[in-house]
Design a protein around this ligand. Sequence first.
Ligand SMILES: C[S@@+](CC[C@H](N)C(=O)[O-])C[C@H]1O[C@@H](n2cnc3c(N)ncnc32)[C@H](O)[C@@H]1O
Length: 305
Amino acid sequence: MYKGILEGIFESNGVRTEAEKIAYLQGLKPDMNKLFDAFRSNAIKVDYGNENIQSCYLIRYFPIYTQPIIDVMKKIKEGGRMIRMSSADLVRLVFIGPGPCPEVVGLLTIINSYKKNINYEICLIDKYIDSWGYSRAIAYDKLILAIPDSGNIALETCEDDFMDANFYSRHLDKFGNSDIVVFQFCLNETQPNRYQDVITNLAKIVAGLKDDRMLVIIERLGYDAMVNLIKNLEKYVVEKDIAEVLFSIDHQAYEPQYHDIVNDIPSVITDNLLDGVGWSNANGRIPSRKVSYRFSAIKKKKAVE
Ligand SMILES: C[S@@+](CC[C@H](N)C(=O)[O-])C[C@H]1O[C@@H](n2cnc3c(N)ncnc32)[C@H](O)[C@@H]1O
């Protein structure tokens, strides 16, 4: 995965020679530190629109952030549940807050491992959809299109705010036609005074799904208010008998370490962005290998005939 990411970053920045690659990566060090500090503190806001910051996100977080949705889908399958598809060769997916789209890469990769030559209709909705264009294009060109034996991919992007009171109604058709709706690592950005709007929107999304279709929410650990909000959503949809909770957010925290991915980091990164010391570097310029998360999988119930 790093090969595609680096190729995309270098091509997009007109970086060609070895000397230019080294200089480019060394020049990213301050931005990598900024991104790391922002993620350690809930209070620090990071400028995702800055392309250097996005390059750092692609290097530091993107590869391991492709993995949680893969784990989640495997757990759902192990639980005897399958993905319902729109048709034998078509899957429709909606991603909210995908930013550079690691969960899109992950979900397409796991679906592809189950079934080849699937066509996809994908809708990406993000409050900062244009700002993320640089890294999304790299993910799309170098990783999504590189998934072998994929069918056609029709991609639609949309700028919108999941906290907005009219969010659901603006995308009613998309939600109503989708096979899976995914929120990964974005609900935690909800402002506390907007929790009620968000839970209302989530409940409408579940109610608006077709039978047997799923809402999957994956959240990093450390955002207890979000866990409570999602627990309330699960309770509501069960009480109203509109959905089944396949996996509750309350169930268990997962903290897998993805050593294989990190061991794959090319030396041009470790030598020039990580000061050659890889993991032992304490200043933050290390790619994370661990993702700590919880998830909720909610499946719309079949209407009673
Ligand atoms: C930490 S990034 C996560 C990106 C991606 N899902 C991942 O797993 O790497 C948070 C994402 O949520 C988006 N976001 C934040 N607040 C949002 C809102 N109110 N409505 C829609 N998207 C939002 C940001 O633009 C960003 O893409």
